[in-house]
Design a protein around this ligand. Structure first.
Ligand code: F6R
Length: 605
């Protein structure tokens, strides 16, 4: 997964591309590169490391009116200067940037090498530049079209040629790409934030679309050359919404955006006091459903675990929640009257997309819950419910997760209403509580300083445990993931009752245990597990509802949550865990928004 940015026009290409790439670094940041057309030649600068390294290597920004740039997250070949994109052909007259994986690159490379092509890198991408070179006669467009015929795999790519310095060619299959429309200038990018502030008019490219970009014109065809007519998508996002807005990091900003994101996602979902999603057009695919599969990855999977409890409890439909990379390779016993729900912030996660396609192949309707309009998941699913979290830039997901949770509740309540599985009074009560859940989140956010102090105290630890029962266990899993991914502290989530079946052996003097205690009906059970860890020397931090404070007195520290209906607690109880992880990362000097080895959008399996 990588970021692509391209520019053609009368303006200066380099600053536009560098700025666009900086907005795309969440897609990959182990190396960066740029190719511009200058003095009759293509000039490539590329560097291992963050974009700033490449910018330093560029020195004074050279003048050029055409260029393509790239931020990389390695798949084939280690992060290095020579594996960074763009990749050139043998003569340096053709250059390519690419996001995706060329699956048949090994055999293509063998053939091209036998034909005399000299490879400079270990990447799969480089076969593209050599294939274009091989097919090039006098038209870059034709050469790229011929190249696409022999490529297998996924790609968003941009190609330039020194002999035709007035066009950029682009093509898309299974990796995202958009075109930004300017006046006398046009842009290419992997994602909208890269061009926000320059234009709000974009084409969102579909698979198998091919683009010839000049400064005054954008021609889109399918791979065979048939014209494709597309509607211009008007982006309504405020450009500053994609910036840090006064916070030190995107992650902290996004944690604080949760109340607003929840309100936005809630909008238009309640009618006459009850959750009603009929306007989302999902009722036909939910009708008569007897089994639901929820499939996702990482944080989105954790939202799906909560979703299982909610939907089973409310709508009385059995739900199976699974990890996409597992689900796609197991022999699923498809229930004949089932519905698949896929959850994906980016809407581009390769494993989730593969499961979506597998479900459709098996005749199962798919409902997508995603944050990105026009993403692959959104386009390919039968129906979509969007989380309105806005762009999430920090790699660690926060506001996307809480809005995913909210959608799970909305779905559960909607299904319960149409299936009449719960009394209307109960549904109305839950709808009313959901409708003001943003206030509960605000209350927790106001305790940021206290949570920061806890992180300061525990910053030096090596291992942590997150415990909970029921819904608290699902949130504990998300808390542990957050802590490990951004602070690099080892964190294990356990169902509280499972500890004594093995992991209790790891509890030792001073080990911090974060205990989620929001389920009134389970508090006594969880407290007995807490006594077990305390007896082995653990320091217990309780994240508990105010009304359970007394029951949790034996814990060493307490973070108090508003006294909310236990069923809805996850949306609130995850917030202190997000803040704790954030400050643990800060105190340990980690790169919060761009944790090592990780990238925001995982478009390879
Ligand atoms: C962790 C995180 C990841 C993603 C996962 C799925 O903070 O963000 O675990 O949740 O990679 O990504 P999406 O939701 O884009 O499918």
């Amino acid at each position: 997964m990588c970021g692509i940015m391209g520019y053609i026009g009368a303006g200066k290409a380099v600053p536009v591309i560098v700025d666009g790439l900086s907005k795309l670094e969440y897609r990959g940041y182990d190396s960066a590169g740029i190719c511009i057309f200058q003095d009759g030649k293509l000039k490539i600068t590329k560097k291992k490391g963050r974009l700033t390294e490449m910018v330093q290597a560029l020195g004074d920004f050279p003048l050029a009116n055409l260029g393509i740039g790239h931020t990389r997250w390695a798949t084939h070949g280690v992060p290095s200067d020579r594996n960074a994109h763009p990749h050139a052909d043998c003569k340096g007259r053709i250059a390519v940037v690419h996001n995706g994986i060329i699956e048949n690159y090994a055999s293509l490379r063998k053939t091209l090498t036998a034909e005399g092509h000299k490879f400079q890198s270990d990447t799969d991408t480089e076969v593209i530049s050599h294939l274009v070179e091989k097919f090039y006669e006098d038209s870059l467009e034709e050469a790229v079209r011929k190249t696409l015929k022999v490529l297998e795999g996924s790609y968003a790519m941009a190609v330039v040629c020194a002999d035709q310095p007035d066009i950029i060619i682009a093509a898309k299959k299974d990796s995202p790409l958009i075109v930004g429309l300017g006046e006398g200038e046009n842009y290419l990018a992997s994602d909208i934030p890269a061009i926000l502030g320059r234009t709000n008019r974009v084409y969102i490219l579909e698979d198998q679309e091919f683009v010839v970009l000049t400064r005054d014109h954008v021609a889109i065809t399918d791979f065979a050359g048939n014209p494709v007519s597309k509607e211009v998508f008007e982006v309504t996002w405020d450009p500053v919404a994609a910036e840090k807005g006064g916070f030190e990091h995107f992650m902290l900003k996004e944690i604080h955006e949760q109340p607003a994101a929840l309100r936005d996602t809630m909008r238009g979902t309640i009618k006459e006091g009850l959750v009603d999603l009929s306007d989302f057009g999902i009722d036909d695919i939910c009708d008569g459903v007897q089994k639901i599969y929820i499939v996702a990855c990482g944080t989105a999977y954790h939202a799906g675990l909560v979703g299982r409890t909610i939907i089973e409890n409310m709508a009385l439909i059995p739900v199976e929640t699974d990890i996409a990379s597992e689900f796609r390779y197991r022999d699923v016993l498809w229930h004949p009257r089932s519905l698949m729900i896929v959850i994906s912030q980016s809407g581009e996660t390769a494993d989730t997309l593969a499961v979506l396609r597998e479900a459709k192949r098996n005749g199962v309707k798919v409902l997508a819950v995603t944050n990105v309009v026009g993403s692959s998941v959104a386009r390919e699913a039968d129906r979509v419910i969007y989380t309105h979290a806005g762009p999430e830039i920090a790699v660690a997901s926060t506001k996307a997760y809480s809005t995913q949770l909210l959608v799970m509740y909305l779905l559960g309540l909607h299904l319960a209403r149409i299936r009449r599985t719960r009394p209307e009074a109960r549904l109305a009560q839950l709808a009313a509580s959901l409708n003001c859940i943003d206030q509960g989140v605000e209350e927790v956010l106001s305790q940021q300083d206290k949570i920061r102090q806890l992180a300061e105290k525990y910053q030096g630890v090596q291992d942590t445990f997150f415990l909970g029962r029921g819904l608290d266990y699902s949130v504990a899993m998300e808390g542990a993931l957050k802590l490990k991914e951004i602070s690099y502290v080892h964190a294990e989530a356990y169902a509280a009752g499972e500890l004594k079946h093995g992991p209790l052996a790891l509890i030792d003097e001073g080990v911090p245990v974060l205990a989620l205690i929001t389920q009134d009906c389970l508090v006594d059970k969880t407290m007995s597990n807490i006594k077990e860890v305390k007896a082995r020397g653990a320091v217990v931090v309780a994240i508990c509802k105010e009304n359970l404070q007394e029951a949790c007195q034996e814990c060493d520290e307490q973070i108090l949550l508003p006294d909310i209906e236990q069923f809805l607690a996850p949306i609130i109880s995850v917030v202190p865990l997000q803040i704790f992880s954030y400050y643990m990362a800060i105190f340990r000097g980690a790169d919060v928004d761009k944790p090592r080895n990780l990238a925001k959008s995982v478009t390879v399996e």
